[in-house]
Design a binder for this molecule. Structure first.
Ligand code: 13P
Ligand code: SF4
Length: 304
């Protein structure tokens, strides 16, 4: 696809600054088009960890840029806007997690990467939606505490033999999807395969043919022989699904599957970030080092 003048300007600035642009699968299409890498949280962390670029521009939400800053303290990590938070990350904080840990001595804390650096620093190991069961299985204890997503914890508990304790957090975008909305979309499109994200509620996951992280969904659809799909995650991913699979049809089961934080960064913000070196994300060493341990422990768990 031919790049617009604004997109060319972004690419020009990326070259000038020897920068790499990382974008999450929920980002708007015009951002995905200029990115060097588009992926899920695990893929983005792995790419940040190994890039030789001097500057990383992160188009996603704050915790993702923070994860890059945890992994790459010597690089400049730029987040084009600071008002890109995450509802789920805000459902837990370090003091409350410390208090819960005191009630559960010896129980390792498995923290979803959708969390602040301060919360990661209180954790034994991180996980993403793509590797949660593998991460939990990599631990030797018989009980774990999963933080902050209740739905991801309940989903993971289906695939592990350990007792999974959970935090009462969630993503309001995914948790808002109801079984009734899915059933009505299925009734309207009886041939469609329902693919859901593990951040959805258990009763919604029970209706899914397939449960995957965002990049897992892209891979599944690419390889599937079915023609129609109901996409149980943030609707930004439909841009890439449609682009990669022009002959397949995608339905979003709810207008609520839209994360406003994932849509705030514009190409203009990206140009300004590269020109003015804003907004630099860094994590103080007393938080970065324990958080790094939890993230690196996760990255050491083998992928499929
Ligand atoms: P993944 O892309 O890792 O599946 O995460 C989904 C999400 O909610 C990120 O904000
Ligand atoms: Fe956070 Fe949910 Fe938005 Fe992902 S979709 S960034 S978990 S609020």
């Amino acid at each position: 696809m031919e790049l617009t003048d604004r997109q060319k300007e972004v690419r020009g600035w990326l070259e000038k600054r020897r920068a790499i642009l990382l974008a999450h699968n929920y980002q708007p299409g015009e951002i995905q088009e200029v990115a060097d890498f588009v992926g899920d949280s695990l893929g983005l962390s792995m790419t940040a960890a190994k890039t030789p670029a001097e500057v990383i521009v992160f188009c996603g939400v704050h915790f993702m840029a923070e994860t890059a800053a945890i992994l790459c303290p010597d690089k400049t990590v730029l987040l084009p806007r600071l008002d890109v938070g995450c509802y789920m990350a805000d459902t837990v904080d370090a003091p409350r997690l410390r208090a819960r840990k005191a009630e559960l001595p010896g129980v390792p804390v498995v923290t979803y990467v959708n969390s602040t650096a301060a919360v990661k620093a209180e954790s034994d190991i991180c996980c993403t939606s793509a590797n949660a069961a593998k991460v939990v299985n990599s631990l030797t204890s018989s009980r774990v505490l999963m933080v902050p997503d209740r739905n991801l914890a309940l989903y993971t508990a289906r695939y592990v033999t350990k007792e999974v304790l959970y935090w009462e957090g969630c993503c309001n975008v995914h948790d808002g999807l109801t079984a009734a909305e899915v059933l009505s979309c299925k009734a309207a499109h009886p041939q469609a395969v329902f693919v859901a994200h593990p951040e959805c509620r258990p009763e919604v996951l029970d209706l899914a043919e397939v449960i995957r992280s965002t990049s897992g969904m892209l891979k599944f659809v690419r390889e599937a022989t079915a023609r129609e799909f109901i996409i149980g995650t943030e609707m930004g991913i439909i841009y890439t699904l449609q682009k990669e699979n022009p002959s397949k049809v995608f339905y979003s089961p709810s207008p609520g599957l839209l994360c406003p934080d994932m849509k705030r960064i514009s190409l203009t913000d990206v140009v300004a970030a590269l020109k003015e070196n804003r907004h630099q994300i860094s994590v103080p060493p007393e938080i970065r080092l324990p958080a790094l341990k939890a993230v690196e422990r996760m990255l050491a768990v083998p992928r499929d």
